[in-house]
Design a protein around this ligand. Structure first.
Ligand SMILES: *[C@@H]1O[C@H](CO)[C@@H](O)[C@H](O)[C@H]1NC(C)=O
Ligand SMILES: *[C@@H]1O[C@H](CO)[C@@H](O)[C@H](O)[C@H]1NC(C)=O
Ligand SMILES: *[C@@H]1O[C@H](CO)[C@@H](O)[C@H](O)[C@H]1NC(C)=O
Length: 286
Protein backbone atom coordinates (compact mmCIF):
# COMPACT_ATOMS: atom_id res chain seq x y z
CA UNK A 1 0.00 0.00 0.00
CA UNK A 2 2.80 2.38 0.99
CA UNK A 3 4.78 1.59 -2.20
CA UNK A 4 1.72 2.36 -4.36
CA UNK A 5 1.25 5.78 -2.72
CA UNK A 6 4.89 6.63 -3.34
CA UNK A 7 4.51 5.79 -7.02
CA UNK A 8 1.54 8.06 -7.28
CA UNK A 9 3.34 11.06 -5.74
CA UNK A 10 6.31 10.39 -8.00
CA UNK A 11 4.07 10.47 -11.08
CA UNK A 12 2.48 13.78 -10.08
CA UNK A 13 5.93 15.25 -9.47
CA UNK A 14 7.21 14.15 -12.89
CA UNK A 15 4.14 15.60 -14.62
CA UNK A 16 4.50 18.95 -12.85
CA UNK A 17 8.20 19.13 -13.69
CA UNK A 18 7.61 18.41 -17.37
CA UNK A 19 4.95 21.12 -17.58
CA UNK A 20 7.38 23.60 -16.02
CA UNK A 21 10.14 22.51 -18.36
CA UNK A 22 7.87 22.81 -21.41
CA UNK A 23 6.77 26.34 -20.58
CA UNK A 24 10.38 27.34 -19.89
CA UNK A 25 11.55 26.01 -23.26
CA UNK A 26 8.74 27.64 -25.25
CA UNK A 27 9.48 30.98 -23.56
CA UNK A 28 13.18 30.55 -24.31
CA UNK A 29 12.46 29.99 -27.99
CA UNK A 30 10.30 33.08 -28.10
CA UNK A 31 7.90 30.87 -30.00
CA UNK A 32 4.93 28.80 -29.10
CA UNK A 33 1.53 29.89 -27.93
CA UNK A 34 2.63 30.22 -24.30
CA UNK A 35 4.80 33.32 -24.66
CA UNK A 36 3.10 34.93 -27.69
CA UNK A 37 -0.58 35.41 -27.19
CA UNK A 38 -2.55 37.89 -29.25
CA UNK A 39 -3.46 38.67 -32.81
CA UNK A 40 -0.60 37.90 -35.15
CA UNK A 41 -1.70 40.46 -37.72
CA UNK A 42 -0.69 43.33 -35.43
CA UNK A 43 2.85 43.52 -34.07
CA UNK A 44 4.23 45.87 -31.44
CA UNK A 45 6.77 48.47 -32.56
CA UNK A 46 9.25 48.33 -29.72
CA UNK A 47 13.00 48.37 -29.20
CA UNK A 48 12.49 45.77 -26.47
CA UNK A 49 11.13 42.25 -26.57
CA UNK A 50 10.23 41.38 -30.17
CA UNK A 51 7.11 39.61 -31.41
CA UNK A 52 4.54 41.05 -29.07
CA UNK A 53 1.15 40.92 -30.70
CA UNK A 54 -1.92 43.05 -30.07
CA UNK A 55 -3.75 41.16 -27.33
CA UNK A 56 -7.13 42.75 -26.70
CA UNK A 57 -10.72 41.68 -26.87
CA UNK A 58 -13.79 43.81 -26.29
CA UNK A 59 -17.49 43.19 -26.01
CA UNK A 60 -18.90 46.43 -27.28
CA UNK A 61 -16.99 48.77 -29.60
CA UNK A 62 -17.71 52.10 -31.22
CA UNK A 63 -16.09 52.78 -34.56
CA UNK A 64 -16.25 56.52 -35.10
CA UNK A 65 -16.05 57.68 -38.70
CA UNK A 66 -14.18 60.87 -39.58
CA UNK A 67 -17.03 61.92 -41.86
CA UNK A 68 -18.78 65.28 -41.73
CA UNK A 69 -21.91 63.24 -40.93
CA UNK A 70 -20.72 63.43 -37.31
CA UNK A 71 -21.24 67.20 -37.16
CA UNK A 72 -24.34 68.38 -35.24
CA UNK A 73 -25.28 64.77 -34.47
CA UNK A 74 -24.65 65.18 -30.73
CA UNK A 75 -23.56 61.55 -30.36
CA UNK A 76 -20.63 62.25 -28.02
CA UNK A 77 -22.17 60.98 -24.79
CA UNK A 78 -23.47 57.82 -26.49
CA UNK A 79 -20.06 57.07 -27.98
CA UNK A 80 -18.26 57.63 -24.67
CA UNK A 81 -20.51 55.01 -23.02
CA UNK A 82 -19.21 52.21 -25.28
CA UNK A 83 -16.53 49.91 -23.80
CA UNK A 84 -13.96 50.65 -26.45
CA UNK A 85 -13.79 53.58 -28.86
CA UNK A 86 -11.94 53.29 -32.16
CA UNK A 87 -11.04 56.31 -34.29
CA UNK A 88 -9.02 56.87 -37.44
CA UNK A 89 -5.86 58.84 -38.19
CA UNK A 90 -5.62 62.17 -36.39
CA UNK A 91 -9.38 62.77 -36.09
CA UNK A 92 -9.56 65.16 -33.12
CA UNK A 93 -11.90 64.97 -30.16
CA UNK A 94 -10.85 68.29 -28.59
CA UNK A 95 -13.43 70.89 -29.52
CA UNK A 96 -15.75 68.24 -31.02
CA UNK A 97 -16.68 66.36 -27.80
CA UNK A 98 -20.41 67.03 -28.12
CA UNK A 99 -20.55 65.31 -31.53
CA UNK A 100 -17.79 62.67 -31.45
CA UNK A 101 -17.10 62.06 -27.74
CA UNK A 102 -13.81 62.34 -25.91
CA UNK A 103 -12.77 58.73 -25.29
CA UNK A 104 -10.20 57.16 -27.64
CA UNK A 105 -9.00 53.63 -26.91
CA UNK A 106 -7.46 52.91 -30.28
CA UNK A 107 -6.55 54.73 -33.47
CA UNK A 108 -5.90 53.07 -36.81
CA UNK A 109 -3.45 55.33 -38.62
CA UNK A 110 -2.41 55.37 -42.26
CA UNK A 111 1.29 55.71 -43.12
CA UNK A 112 0.37 59.01 -44.79
CA UNK A 113 -1.10 60.33 -41.53
CA UNK A 114 1.81 59.28 -39.32
CA UNK A 115 3.64 62.61 -40.05
CA UNK A 116 0.58 64.44 -38.66
CA UNK A 117 0.96 62.56 -35.37
CA UNK A 118 4.71 63.22 -35.32
CA UNK A 119 4.05 66.97 -35.59
CA UNK A 120 2.29 66.73 -32.24
CA UNK A 121 4.19 63.83 -30.69
CA UNK A 122 3.86 64.83 -27.03
CA UNK A 123 0.09 65.06 -27.39
CA UNK A 124 -0.32 61.66 -29.08
CA UNK A 125 2.45 59.55 -27.54
CA UNK A 126 2.80 61.10 -24.07
CA UNK A 127 -0.47 62.82 -23.06
CA UNK A 128 -2.58 60.21 -24.89
CA UNK A 129 -0.29 57.26 -24.15
CA UNK A 130 -3.25 55.17 -22.98
CA UNK A 131 -4.45 55.11 -26.59
CA UNK A 132 -3.29 52.17 -28.74
CA UNK A 133 -1.99 53.15 -32.19
CA UNK A 134 -2.15 50.66 -35.06
CA UNK A 135 -0.34 51.86 -38.18
CA UNK A 136 -0.77 50.44 -41.66
CA UNK A 137 1.22 51.12 -44.80
CA UNK A 138 2.93 49.54 -47.79
CA UNK A 139 6.10 47.50 -47.33
CA UNK A 140 8.14 50.33 -48.84
CA UNK A 141 7.39 52.57 -45.83
CA UNK A 142 6.84 49.95 -43.14
CA UNK A 143 9.64 47.43 -43.66
CA UNK A 144 11.53 46.54 -40.48
CA UNK A 145 15.05 46.29 -41.93
CA UNK A 146 16.02 49.93 -41.45
CA UNK A 147 14.83 51.02 -44.92
CA UNK A 148 11.20 51.71 -43.99
CA UNK A 149 11.02 55.48 -43.54
CA UNK A 150 7.75 55.55 -41.57
CA UNK A 151 8.57 52.45 -39.53
CA UNK A 152 11.91 54.00 -38.54
CA UNK A 153 10.21 57.20 -37.40
CA UNK A 154 7.78 55.14 -35.31
CA UNK A 155 10.59 53.11 -33.76
CA UNK A 156 12.20 56.40 -32.74
CA UNK A 157 8.93 57.35 -31.01
CA UNK A 158 8.81 53.96 -29.28
CA UNK A 159 12.28 54.60 -27.85
CA UNK A 160 11.50 58.17 -26.84
CA UNK A 161 8.10 57.36 -25.28
CA UNK A 162 8.37 53.86 -23.75
CA UNK A 163 4.78 54.12 -22.51
CA UNK A 164 3.38 54.55 -26.03
CA UNK A 165 1.52 51.52 -27.40
CA UNK A 166 2.49 51.43 -31.06
CA UNK A 167 1.64 48.56 -33.39
CA UNK A 168 2.01 47.89 -37.11
CA UNK A 169 -0.28 45.84 -39.32
CA UNK A 170 1.98 43.02 -40.54
CA UNK A 171 2.79 42.50 -44.21
CA UNK A 172 0.92 39.18 -44.09
CA UNK A 173 -2.19 40.84 -42.66
CA UNK A 174 -2.12 43.51 -45.36
CA UNK A 175 -1.92 40.74 -47.95
CA UNK A 176 -4.90 39.06 -46.24
CA UNK A 177 -6.86 42.31 -46.61
CA UNK A 178 -6.01 42.45 -50.33
CA UNK A 179 -7.22 38.86 -50.64
CA UNK A 180 -10.43 39.72 -48.84
CA UNK A 181 -11.00 42.67 -51.21
CA UNK A 182 -10.42 40.42 -54.23
CA UNK A 183 -12.67 37.72 -52.86
CA UNK A 184 -15.47 40.21 -52.22
CA UNK A 185 -15.23 42.18 -55.47
CA UNK A 186 -13.70 39.75 -57.95
CA UNK A 187 -11.11 42.46 -58.69
CA UNK A 188 -7.44 42.42 -57.91
CA UNK A 189 -6.83 45.37 -55.63
CA UNK A 190 -3.51 46.40 -57.17
CA UNK A 191 -4.34 45.73 -60.82
CA UNK A 192 -7.57 47.70 -60.49
CA UNK A 193 -5.52 50.71 -59.36
CA UNK A 194 -7.05 50.86 -55.90
CA UNK A 195 -5.69 51.44 -52.41
CA UNK A 196 -7.61 50.06 -49.47
CA UNK A 197 -8.78 52.84 -47.18
CA UNK A 198 -7.95 53.27 -43.51
CA UNK A 199 -11.64 52.56 -42.97
CA UNK A 200 -11.21 49.10 -44.48
CA UNK A 201 -8.30 48.19 -42.19
CA UNK A 202 -10.24 49.63 -39.26
CA UNK A 203 -13.32 47.54 -40.01
CA UNK A 204 -11.18 44.39 -40.26
CA UNK A 205 -9.43 45.21 -36.97
CA UNK A 206 -12.74 45.95 -35.23
CA UNK A 207 -14.05 42.55 -36.36
CA UNK A 208 -10.85 40.96 -35.01
CA UNK A 209 -11.13 42.50 -31.53
CA UNK A 210 -14.83 43.24 -30.89
CA UNK A 211 -17.91 41.08 -30.33
CA UNK A 212 -20.25 43.89 -31.25
CA UNK A 213 -19.54 47.01 -33.33
CA UNK A 214 -21.55 50.22 -33.55
CA UNK A 215 -20.35 52.27 -36.50
CA UNK A 216 -21.10 55.99 -36.22
CA UNK A 217 -21.27 58.43 -39.14
CA UNK A 218 -20.70 56.11 -42.07
CA UNK A 219 -22.88 56.39 -45.17
CA UNK A 220 -24.00 53.33 -47.15
CA UNK A 221 -23.09 52.57 -50.77
CA UNK A 222 -26.29 54.04 -52.24
CA UNK A 223 -26.33 57.27 -50.18
CA UNK A 224 -24.55 59.43 -52.75
CA UNK A 225 -26.88 58.31 -55.55
CA UNK A 226 -29.88 59.77 -53.76
CA UNK A 227 -30.78 63.15 -55.25
CA UNK A 228 -31.47 64.84 -51.93
CA UNK A 229 -28.49 63.52 -49.95
CA UNK A 230 -26.93 65.71 -47.30
CA UNK A 231 -23.76 67.54 -48.35
CA UNK A 232 -21.21 67.37 -45.58
CA UNK A 233 -17.44 67.88 -45.40
CA UNK A 234 -15.34 64.81 -46.21
CA UNK A 235 -13.82 65.05 -42.70
CA UNK A 236 -15.68 66.63 -39.77
CA UNK A 237 -12.51 68.41 -38.72
CA UNK A 238 -11.60 69.89 -42.12
CA UNK A 239 -13.69 72.50 -43.85
CA UNK A 240 -12.64 71.21 -47.26
CA UNK A 241 -14.20 72.64 -50.38
CA UNK A 242 -14.99 69.19 -51.73
CA UNK A 243 -17.88 67.41 -49.99
CA UNK A 244 -17.99 63.76 -48.94
CA UNK A 245 -19.95 62.39 -51.90
CA UNK A 246 -17.90 64.26 -54.49
CA UNK A 247 -14.73 62.95 -52.86
CA UNK A 248 -16.12 59.38 -52.81
CA UNK A 249 -17.22 59.58 -56.46
CA UNK A 250 -13.88 60.98 -57.61
CA UNK A 251 -12.01 58.19 -55.81
CA UNK A 252 -14.36 55.49 -57.08
CA UNK A 253 -13.69 56.55 -60.67
CA UNK A 254 -9.94 57.19 -60.35
CA UNK A 255 -7.99 54.88 -62.67
CA UNK A 256 -5.04 54.76 -60.31
CA UNK A 257 -4.44 55.41 -56.64
CA UNK A 258 -8.10 55.73 -55.70
CA UNK A 259 -9.83 54.52 -52.56
CA UNK A 260 -12.96 52.56 -53.47
CA UNK A 261 -14.96 54.04 -50.59
CA UNK A 262 -18.31 53.15 -52.16
CA UNK A 263 -17.35 49.57 -53.08
CA UNK A 264 -16.00 49.11 -49.55
CA UNK A 265 -19.34 50.22 -48.07
CA UNK A 266 -21.15 47.55 -50.12
CA UNK A 267 -18.74 44.97 -48.66
CA UNK A 268 -19.44 46.18 -45.09
CA UNK A 269 -23.16 45.83 -45.73
CA UNK A 270 -22.66 42.15 -46.59
CA UNK A 271 -20.50 41.58 -43.51
CA UNK A 272 -23.07 43.30 -41.31
CA UNK A 273 -25.69 40.71 -42.24
CA UNK A 274 -23.39 37.94 -40.95
CA UNK A 275 -21.87 39.64 -37.91
CA UNK A 276 -22.70 42.00 -35.10
CA UNK A 277 -22.08 45.25 -36.99
CA UNK A 278 -24.61 48.07 -36.78
CA UNK A 279 -24.60 51.44 -38.53
CA UNK A 280 -25.89 54.61 -36.87
CA UNK A 281 -26.23 58.16 -38.17
CA UNK A 282 -27.16 57.46 -40.88
CA UNK A 283 -28.57 54.04 -40.05
CA UNK A 284 -28.48 51.32 -42.68
CA UNK A 285 -31.28 48.97 -43.61
CA UNK A 286 -29.69 45.56 -44.14
C1 LIG B 1 -1.84 68.90 -30.62
O1 LIG B 1 -3.12 68.33 -30.59
C2 LIG B 1 -4.00 68.87 -29.62
C3 LIG B 1 -5.29 68.06 -29.63
O2 LIG B 1 -5.90 68.02 -30.88
C4 LIG B 1 -4.22 70.35 -29.90
O3 LIG B 1 -5.03 70.91 -28.89
C5 LIG B 1 -2.89 71.06 -29.93
O4 LIG B 1 -3.08 72.40 -30.31
C6 LIG B 1 -1.95 70.39 -30.92
N1 LIG B 1 -0.63 71.00 -30.84
C7 LIG B 1 0.06 71.31 -31.93
C8 LIG B 1 1.41 71.91 -31.68
O5 LIG B 1 -0.37 71.14 -33.07
C1 LIG C 1 -14.61 34.62 -49.74
O1 LIG C 1 -15.97 35.02 -49.87
C2 LIG C 1 -16.92 34.04 -49.50
C3 LIG C 1 -18.29 34.58 -49.83
O2 LIG C 1 -18.49 35.89 -49.34
C4 LIG C 1 -16.73 33.68 -48.04
O3 LIG C 1 -17.64 32.68 -47.67
C5 LIG C 1 -15.30 33.20 -47.82
O4 LIG C 1 -15.08 32.97 -46.44
C6 LIG C 1 -14.32 34.23 -48.31
N1 LIG C 1 -12.96 33.74 -48.19
C7 LIG C 1 -11.96 34.50 -47.74
C8 LIG C 1 -10.62 33.88 -47.72
O5 LIG C 1 -12.12 35.64 -47.36
C1 LIG D 1 -28.85 53.98 -47.55
O1 LIG D 1 -28.93 55.24 -46.93
C2 LIG D 1 -30.02 56.03 -47.35
C3 LIG D 1 -29.88 57.37 -46.68
O2 LIG D 1 -29.66 57.26 -45.30
C4 LIG D 1 -31.32 55.31 -47.00
O3 LIG D 1 -32.42 56.09 -47.44
C5 LIG D 1 -31.33 53.96 -47.67
O4 LIG D 1 -32.48 53.26 -47.28
C6 LIG D 1 -30.10 53.18 -47.25
N1 LIG D 1 -30.06 51.93 -47.97
C7 LIG D 1 -29.80 50.80 -47.33
C8 LIG D 1 -29.79 49.58 -48.21
O5 LIG D 1 -29.55 50.74 -46.14
Amino acid sequence: MKVLKCHWIFLVLITALSILWYSYITKLNGGGVVSNPGLRGYIRITPGKPYQFLDIHNKQCALVSSSGQMLKAGLGSIIDKEDFVIRMNNAPTLGFEHDVGSKTNLRVVSHTSVPLLLKNETYYFQQSASTIYVMWGPEKNMRHDGKGRIFNALMKMAKKYPGAKLYAVTREKIQDCDNIFQNETGKNRMQSGAFLSTGFFTMILAMDICDNIQVYGMINDSYCRQVNHKRVPYHYYEKSRIDECRMYEAHEKARRGGHRFITEKAIYARWATQRNVHFKNPSWRL
